[in-house]
Write a protein that binds this ligand. Structure first.
Ligand code: 9MR
Length: 585
């Protein structure tokens, strides 16, 4: 099989579909309307009031481009100027997506209406805002009002603004809406939405029993697009007795399918969570028979487990935690693996690592294969990272089918340094390996051994948000495919006292940490970035044939191309090819 690497350069210019600052929506400046255009003036029930008017006018005699809306109501019925709510959506949606709005209001000094009157805003006929302080007549100045939105449940699509006076006259300008930071029911307020757009895996570990029908399941499905089993794909769970398999994790795989999510596999080869029969069987033999027994057990396990979920697992942690702690080698300076692991002692060496990858690849050639470990990720601060580099390079150089390295990232607020992870990513990518984050949690507070002395502070929660967000930015910048946290809510983490150290992205009540919001913003900003630089694109040519899958922005496969130039024939829009996004104009 002949393999050739060709490099293409594809230029991406702009993607204007989203406003630059998507947290604020400027709904009406009125500048785009024709002079003289009229908006309806209505009663609180939406009936047009004849004789009342809301007309687009020039803001001043010197500027014809700066316009505003002039409302005059000479009748004795309170008149509300009626504007469409954002996105043409109803009040229920608007109340979920936006927490406040602002607009500028001016009362002319030269009219005859009452000196003070109350400002009232309705969505449909339901009041969302009423001034407690009456609006004073101002001498022709535009005053900005910022109004928190009181939730209402009406599907009416009109916003109605009135001064509660008859007659009344006022001008309004610059109506803006401010989005809530998070709402589980508004897709673009979740990381999942943006991760889907970019074909990235953003996930959490879960356990069997999860269901779409409850709040927890909904929290997982709406906020993440990938799951990994916390324990149920491990050796003791899947093969509790020799060659008798247990597929307890199937329910979670079904849950993932129902919710259009991906599944990571964790883990095939580890010193931990092995049933006793494994070591008993291996230890009952010696010499070549012992090695053969270990080979038989591991090979059978990998073929059966990977085979069972073939095509359904996006990435496998093939080997977990094989490195010794506390090592600090130089690049190229070697590494040491745990020589007491049952697989090491069974095989009589570390070649179990190589074999595990080969078998996993044979069992499911489409799954991406990872080596995974803790205390790896910070290039200068964690010496084990360089041990991992040396090991992974040996595997890669030997032609072992390894796609990359999983940094578990069980860490803490004070210690974690995202820029150190960036340095590591650069090093691993330079030797052709992906880096992914597989099990992240970031504790705050203070411990003395296992005893908790202090819970996470507010300032640590802020730092946590910054560091999670910064890490997300780095992962996107380097096109890392996967970012997983090890649990959803603080009270369900594997860590002791986690309800107080708050290492995850959701509080126990399933409301998000500030960290979740910064991660969402990092994904959102990256997805809507308009100045995407030239992207270096690699095409793999096999036997003179090139095949590249093309995905829509929401992750559906829409076709196959054999060169990047064919993408130009697709309808205008955004496409994902090889985990990079392209704009067809
Ligand atoms: O979170 C897992 C916990 O429920 C288990 O009791 C524990 C047993 O070893 O494993 C935990 O998950 C570990 C993961 O499989 C590998 N990296 C470290 C994780 C936290 O200990």
């Amino acid at each position: 099989m002949k393999k050739l690497l060709l490099l293409f350069f594809v230029s991406i210019l702009s993607f204007p579909a989203f406003p630059a600052d998507s947290e604020v929506l400027t709904l009406y400046t009125f500048n785009d309307f024709e002079l003289g255009y009229e908006f309806p003036v209505v009663t609180s029930n939406g009936k047009q009031i004849y004789g009342a008017k809301a007309v687009i006018e020039a803001a001043s005699s010197t500027s014809k481009t700066n316009k505003l809306l002039h409302v005059t109501n000479p009748t004795d019925t309170i008149g509300y100027v009626a504007l469409e709510l954002p996105e043409g959506r109803d009040a229920i949606y608007t109340c979920k997506k936006y927490e406040s709005f602002s607009f500028q209001l001016r009362r002319p000094s030269s009219n005859t209406e009452t000196e003070t009157c109350v400002l009232e805003i309705l969505f449909g006929s339901k009041r969302v805002y009423a001034d407690s302080e009456p609006v004073k007549r101002q001498s022709d100045k535009l005053i900005t009002y910022t109004c928190p939105i009181t939730k209402v449940s009406t599907n009416n699509k009109q916003m109605r603004i009135a001064l509660l006076a008859t007659p009344a006259e006022f001008f309004i300008d610059n109506v803006k809406f401010y989005e809530v930071a998070y709402n589980i029911d508004i897709p673009d307020k979740t990381v999942r939405y943006w991760a889907d757009q970019m074909g990235k895996n953003f996930g959490t570990c879960v356990n069997p029993g999860i269901s779409t029908g409850d709040t927890f399941g909904k929290t997982v499905a709406n906020n993440f697009n990938t799951v990994v089993l916390e324990n149920s794909m491990k050796f003791d769970a899947t093969e509790p007795n020799r060659n008798q398999f247990n597929w307890n994790a199937d329910g979670v795989v079904t849950f993932a399918k129902q919710n259009n999510m991906k599944v990571r596999g964790h883990t095939l080869t580890w010193h931990g969570q092995n049933p006793d029969w494994v070591s008993n069987a291996i230890n009952a033999k010696s010499g070549a028979e012992r090695r053969q027994e270990a080979i038989n057990i591991l090979k059978n396990h990998i073929f059966k487990v990977v085979g069972h979920w073939k095509g359904q697992i996006v990435e496998w942690d093939v080997v977990n935690e094989c490195l010794n702690d506390g090592q600090n080698p130089a690049v190229g300076g070697g590494y040491s693996t745990r020589n007491w692991s049952v697989w090491y002692t069974g095989f009589g060496g570390e070649d179990y690592i190589d074999s595990a990858f080969v078998w996993a690849h044979q069992a499911d050639p489409d799954a991406k294969l990872y080596i995974n470990d803790y205390n790896v990720g910070m290039w200068n601060k964690e010496g084990k990272t360089r041990a991992m580099y040396n090991l992974a390079k040996r595997l890669k150089d030997a032609g072992i089918p390894i796609d990359g390295v999983g940094f578990q990232t069980h860490t803490s607020v004070g210690y974690f340094d995202p820029s150190e992870v960036e340095l590591s990513i650069q090093q691993f990518q330079a030797i052709g390996l992906n880096v992914i984050i597989t099990e992240m949690d970031m504790e705050g507070g203070q411990r003395n051994g296992t005893e908790l002395i202090r819970a996470i502070s507010d300032s640590e929660l802020k730092t946590q948000a910054e560091k999670y967000g910064k890490l997300a930015e780095i992962l996107l910048k380097y096109d890392c495919p996967t970012f997983m946290v090890w649990g959803v809510a603080d009270n369900r983490s594997w860590l002791d006292c986690s309800e107080n150290t708050k290492p995850l992205l959701f509080y126990a009540d399933l409301t998000p940490h500030e960290a979740y919001i910064t991660v969402r913003k990092a994904y959102q900003n990256y997805a809507v970035k308009t100045d995407v630089p030239e992207v270096e694109y690699e095409e793999l040519v096999i036997d003179n044939e090139v095949k590249l899958d093309v995905y829509s922005i929401t992750g559906q496969k829409v076709g196959v191309i054999s060169s990047m130039s064919e993408l130009q024939d697709y309808p205008a829009g955004f496409y994902i090819v090889g985990n990079k996004k392209y704009l067809v104009k």
